[in-house]
Ligand binder design. Structure first.
Ligand code: THU
Length: 132
């Protein structure tokens, strides 16, 4: 699976975003180490804080299907810039990577960028930090 294919899947998925409040549609696609793929969109709520980002929904869908570790993640939004995962999503992505070198592809209508999750979230709080 090429980066462009996963980003294209994220873009196609964004049409299903439920974002009546922000009007900011986001789609995400995750390639897992077991070669399966999951997708997600942002799903907002009339009680605003209950909205969930596309990345976290894509990850939850993959975990529910039995996948364990993320190999590659793509996120796309309908903006003239590349979308940056929010801090909460960076933390959740980190939880499900085997290595901080896992790449995150970020796309918009006219640009694409790529950074590792370690670059996006240096000094992450990890499950290891909970060991006493
Ligand atoms: N959003 C995402 O789903 N992912 C991102 O990476 C950035 C923001 C959503 C949350 C909210 O529904 C809307 O975009 C505006 O913040």
């Amino acid at each position: 699976m090429q980066d462009s294919e996963l980003l294209s899947l994220a873009r196609q998925t964004a049409v299903n975003a439920y974002c009546p409040y922000s009007k900011f549609a986001v789609g995400a696609a995750v390639l897992w180490q077991d070669d399966s793929i999951s997708v997600g969109v942002n799903v907002e709520n009339a009680s605003y804080p209950l909205g969930v980002c596309a990345e976290r929904n894509a990850i939850a869908n993959g975990i529910a299907a039995g996948s364990k570790k993320i190999a590659l993640l793509a996120v796309w939004a309908d903006i003239d810039a590349t979308v940056a995962p929010c801090g909460g999503c960076r933390q959740v992505i980190y939880e499900f990577v085997a290595d901080s070198d896992v790449r995150v592809i970020m796309g918009g209508t006219s640009d694409v960028s790529c950074q590792t999750i370690g670059e996006l979230l240096p000094n992450a709080f990890t499950p290891r930090d909970l060991l006493k």
